[in-house]
Ligand binder design. Structure first.
Ligand code: MG
Length: 379
């Protein structure tokens, strides 16, 4: 009888789990104040565990804010069996295989965001196999990356609270803070002025309009904000308005940032090719994982554009460490309840963990927020 041989890196089992992680309190940005969305109270996270014949296991995740989590989970469950029997080291080929398996529903959005969890898990496993961090696997340039705190500056927070929280953040090692704008323009400018005055001239301050403005408003308000020497103005316009961003960039001295809401590498490439941004903000999970992220960040670097990935500090610190030009990572603690480990801050930067892979393990407490789980193949 012929005995089938299995390479150590053969995928034997895949587990997907859907969690709904509550925030400490609901938050609002300009997408809420302009009536397009409701305040955000939780984040849906799909965690993927990919196990191989040698006993190693990779961990990856994807997420959705507001609607979409159950769709991500359903899609992930449907494509997960395609991983079984594959060589886990073939990350590029597996990415293409999972992409084309669902090409009928598109090459962006939910279709790529569900496969992102597997792409991240395969890279995590590959780094664990080598006994090195994901950053080292990708070819690291630094052991810490500048970071700023987004959680202090929501529109739902009062000005005094924003200032007090910003001071606490900077004191504990954050390199900058981000303020949400996109409300009443005079109030926006007054908030920025007050925070700049309170924190002093040396602190990095970013503002984020979350697509609230039209082209004329962005130019007018952007000009009034110039004197506060912001590190960047983020999402001044609709995320897909490539020409608008390019024109605004020409009109203002303050750097223009966008990209977090785009859900494919192709969409981000259009911004880069049009010279539309000073800072590009890919979200590796939103565009399909590390495989497409690396394409975007390599192109951005080639073009002299700063890369400041969106959300998911635990993942993006590794990717940002792998870029030649130092960008910024965005500090959030929203995913913390799921994991045992915490992001370490030092001198305005997030330290790249030196644990193997992403350096993350799912916390036993995570079960509290588990909505559903599936093991494939089913046993
Ligand atoms: Mg943003």
């Amino acid at each position: 009888m012929k005995v089938a041989t299995r390479a150590p890196s053969t995928v034997t089992r895949v587990r997907c789990a859907l969690y709904r992680v509550p925030l400490k309190e609901p938050v609002s940005d300009a997408k809420v104040t302009t009536g397009r969305q409701r305040p955000l109270g939780d984040v849906d996270v799909v965690v993927a565990h990919v196990a191989t014949a040698d006993g190693l296991e990779g961990l990856g995740f994807s997420y959705s804010k507001r609607a979409g989590g159950p769709a991500l989970f359903a899609h992930a469950k449907q494509i997960a069996p395609l991983l079984v029997g594959e060589d886990a080291l073939d990350t590029g080929r597996i990415w293409e295989k999972l992409l084309w398996a669902a090409a009928s529903v598109g090459r962006q959005g939910v279709a790529v965001q569900s496969l992102a969890a597997f792409d991240v898990a395969l890279h995590d496993r590959k780094a664990k196999l080598a006994g090195i961090s994901l950053a080292k696997l990708l070819g690291s340039h630094r052991d810490a990356v500048r970071c700023y705190d987004t959680t202090v500056g929501f529109l739902s927070a009062k000005l005094e609270t924003v200032i007090a929280a910003s001071e606490r953040s900077l004191a504990r090692g954050m390199g900058g803070i981000k303020l949400k704008v996109g409300g009443e323009p005079r109030e926006d400018v007054a908030r920025v002025a007050a925070v700049r005055k309170a924190l002093g001239g040396d602190v990095a301050i970013m503002v984020d309009a979350n697509q609230a403005w039209d082209r004329a408003a962005a130019k007018r308000i952007g000009r009034r904000l110039e004197e506060y020497e912001l590190t960047w103005i983020e999402e001044p316009l609709d995320a897909y308005d490539v020409k608008g961003h390019a024109a605004l960039r020409n009109a203002l001295d303050t750097p223009i940032a966008t990209g977090e809401m785009l859900s494919s590498a192709t969409d981000l490439r259009r911004l880069l090719e049009a010279d539309a941004v000073d800072v590009i903000q890919p979200d590796a999970v939103r565009i399909g994982g590390i495989t497409p992220y690396r394409r975007v960040s390599d192109l951005a670097d080639e073009l002299g554009v700063t890369v400041a990935p969106h959300f998911a500090t635990q993942l993006h610190v590794h990717l940002a460490a792998g870029q030649p030009r130092e960008g910024w990572v965005e500090w959030f603690d929203w995913l913390d309840p799921l994991f045992e480990e915490r992001v370490e801050l030092r001198d305005g930067k997030v330290v790249v963990p030196d644990r193997p892979g992403l350096g993350l393990t799912v916390s036993p407490r995570a079960g509290e927020w588990l909505l559903s789980a599936a093991d494939l193949p089913e046993s």
